[in-house]
Design a protein around this ligand. Sequence first.
Ligand SMILES: C[S@@+](CC[C@H](N)C(=O)[O-])C[C@H]1O[C@@H](n2cnc3c(N)ncnc32)[C@H](O)[C@@H]1O
Length: 452
Amino acid sequence: MPVEKNKEYVVEIMDNGFEGEGIAKIDGFTIFIPNTIKGEKVKILIVKVLKSHAFGKALEIIKPSKYRKTSDCETYKRCGGCDLRHVEYNETLKMKQNAVQSLVNKTLKEKIEVEETVEMENPLFYRNKAQYPVGLDKEGNPIIGVFANRTHEIIPIKECLIQNKASQKLAKFVLEFIKKNGISIYDEKARKGLIRHIVTKVGIKTNEVMLVLVINGREIPKEDELVKEVLEKFPNVKSIVKNINTKNTNVIMGKENINLYGNGYIRDILGDYEFKISPLSFYQVNPVQAEKLYNIGVEAADISKADIVFDLYCGIGAISLFMSKYAKKVYGIEIVEEAVKDAEENAKLNKVDNTEFIAGDVEEVLDDLINNKKIIPDIIMIDPPRKGLDNKSIENILKVSPKKLVYISCNPATLVRDLAKLEEKYEIKMIKPVDMFPFSKHCEVITFLKLK
Ligand SMILES: C[S@@+](CC[C@H](N)C(=O)[O-])C[C@H]1O[C@@H](n2cnc3c(N)ncnc32)[C@H](O)[C@@H]1O
């Protein structure tokens, strides 16, 4: 091995990887160094050595990049929420574009040029959903915050620069209520105590707010007082929900919700449509950018009134509704039943009558629609979770060969893996990152494919 653990080296950063980390080589051996930028000369400490690569920690930036900036957040170094606050915003957009381009060059037959990342004009306080873990500090006082990078240690935050401001104020108020009333906090190791997480969702356009208390139990002491005090102080709160999670798990929310106030949902507006959002339903965390993303998809698909569209992984039906206006019929498939109910109600709410939503696993439902029900789509919209498409669905897509595909992904690695398989029959016409998660390593990408 050309490098040794706990030894210091001076390296030049030759590139940034697709998680924003700097990449350097020593005698051809690759080292990944977070918080460094292409072109920088850096003194590093090797912290981990594996067979094919090592990880380093930047000790001193000897020659900084012209794109380096001082982070504007006090907890940036320890928090796992942002990864690129040390880089000028415009440069983060190029880093994301380049990272996707490298994956394309490595994996696809056609080395298509990745388009520029769609920027967010005001990339601050953009998240509409916050999930604050509740824990105890060293003195035993209840705190909320964020998990320190890769750990379960909670760092209290003063002001997070990516979370919606209203949700931060609300969560802090609830914490004070918990403290004032001596309500117990969940202890992961002992599996005892009540309050696990405070979750907030905000409708950016409607200003409606949802508060969810995730609890290890069924009752919160002084529930009525909590509701009264929250509503007095935050009149925009339209829904307060208890979410029951008594399992020993990293999954934040349990399956059962009990309404303490309101109907159990809030509304938001995207484009021409109004959406109902429930505690468990997926809704894009950056709606300003989501609207751009959906519009790019609709425009690329160039849908006609004769087209049958499948919207795979449809969540609450946002893209389905955006596409319904131009299509003959849209079928949405989604595994979370609560989200499917939301999607059905959203169609009604918006007077859309050419959509049908099916609850189930895409792998099985797509197979059933195509092979048993013989419904053949002209266009398929695909927006899967990070793991991407399953093999059976790819086979089914290739089998029925719809004339157009739009594939949106929050994980460029699985996206190019799937595109490489679809390339057999499709020409990839567009690959475009959209900055849904400014200053984080995460990169959303929209692609458009046409049958060859
Ligand atoms: C990235 S989200 C996209 C949601 C929607 N297209 C939107 O923009 O709001 C992925 C969705 O896929 C759903 N999902 C995850 N695995 C699934 C599966 N195997 N079958 C169907 N839906 C699934 C999730 O619940 C989530 O709503």
